[in-house]
Design a protein around this ligand. Sequence first.
Ligand SMILES: Cc1cc2nc3c(=O)[nH]c(=O)nc-3n(C[C@H](O)[C@H](O)[C@H](O)COP(=O)(O)O)c2cc1C
Length: 339
Amino acid sequence: MPGLFDVLEMDGLLLKNRIIVSPMCQYMAGEDAVTTKWHTVHYGSFALGGPALMMQEATAVEARGRITVHDLGLYDDRHVEPLAQMVEFVHSLGVKMGVQLAHAGRKAVVPEAILAPSAIAFSDRYPTPTAMTEADMATVLNAYEAAAKRAVAAGYDVVEVHAAHGYLLHEFLSPLSNVRTDEYGGSLEGRARLVFAVVERVLAAVAGRIPVIVRVSASEYDPNGYTLKEVIEVCQRLVELGVVAIDVSSGGNLPVAPPAYPGYQLPFAEAIKAETSALVFAVGMLSSPQLAEHAVQSGKADAVLIGRGFLKDKHWAHAAAVALGQQPQVSESYRRAYL
Ligand SMILES: Cc1cc2nc3c(=O)[nH]c(=O)nc-3n(C[C@H](O)[C@H](O)[C@H](O)COP(=O)(O)O)c2cc1C
């Protein structure tokens, strides 16, 4: 089995190792969801730290799909150029960059109307959303397609559709937040209909130029939520549609934190990997280098995403290489630090 520092081919995209920076909202966008210097420094410093791929934070496909007014967006052509400059800079540091396309649904805290599959608030601290009409869904589909086209124009190497953590697409998938009685609710097929439609539109928009991956929440930690078996069925269908990798997270659709401990989401990745032909990425408290190496070497996942580990140590991948007795893949300017 390959290890953490072995290359990974993802539908023609060559990753120099199996370490990916997990998408992490910065809430540092300028007015109208535009990139600021913060993002260039933030992502640029991650890039110096040795991951193969960085996933940009949840980036809204619609203004009303932002979690807050400080989120990045790809819902306007004006967003493209500053993002393209950042991506180009990251590429110059030898790192690939992906963007997570997101719609916050009922977890949005923005001045615009809050939309969701059903008029059920996330918690008593959130407003009750408006149940989406078919016209709203058509708008969201168009927004995903347009954002995916802009992502290609900006030069990203990967597009991830965010269907996890209680945001719009997860809300549709879940019987906890979707009680619709039309064809977008009810059975798994109904609840997954919008997710599949979004993914189809994103795949059509990128037209094979870059891989499309999807982040799912594999468990809702609630007996009335969807089951892992259902998630696996959804993933199998996503792979049939053309999704190259599944990024396996969990939770987020209920205002309670799941029981978390090192590697707690790894069994979900393992279960999805066993039942699909997609690449599977594991995430969640994997920042011990030995655990990250185990996740890959054991074949439970093809790559790991590291979030907070990289926030704490921008050179997490180099430190992991040293901890595992390997030569870090550092830029020439930093080599003397590792002699
Ligand atoms: C500051 C912060 C922001 C986050 N923002 C996002 C996000 O934009 N999209 C997403 O899917 N997950 C987001 N997450 C979750 C992370 O991507 C990751 O799944 C989670 O932190 C678990 O991995 P870790 O234990 O390595 O941090 C965020 C986490 C943190 C700490």
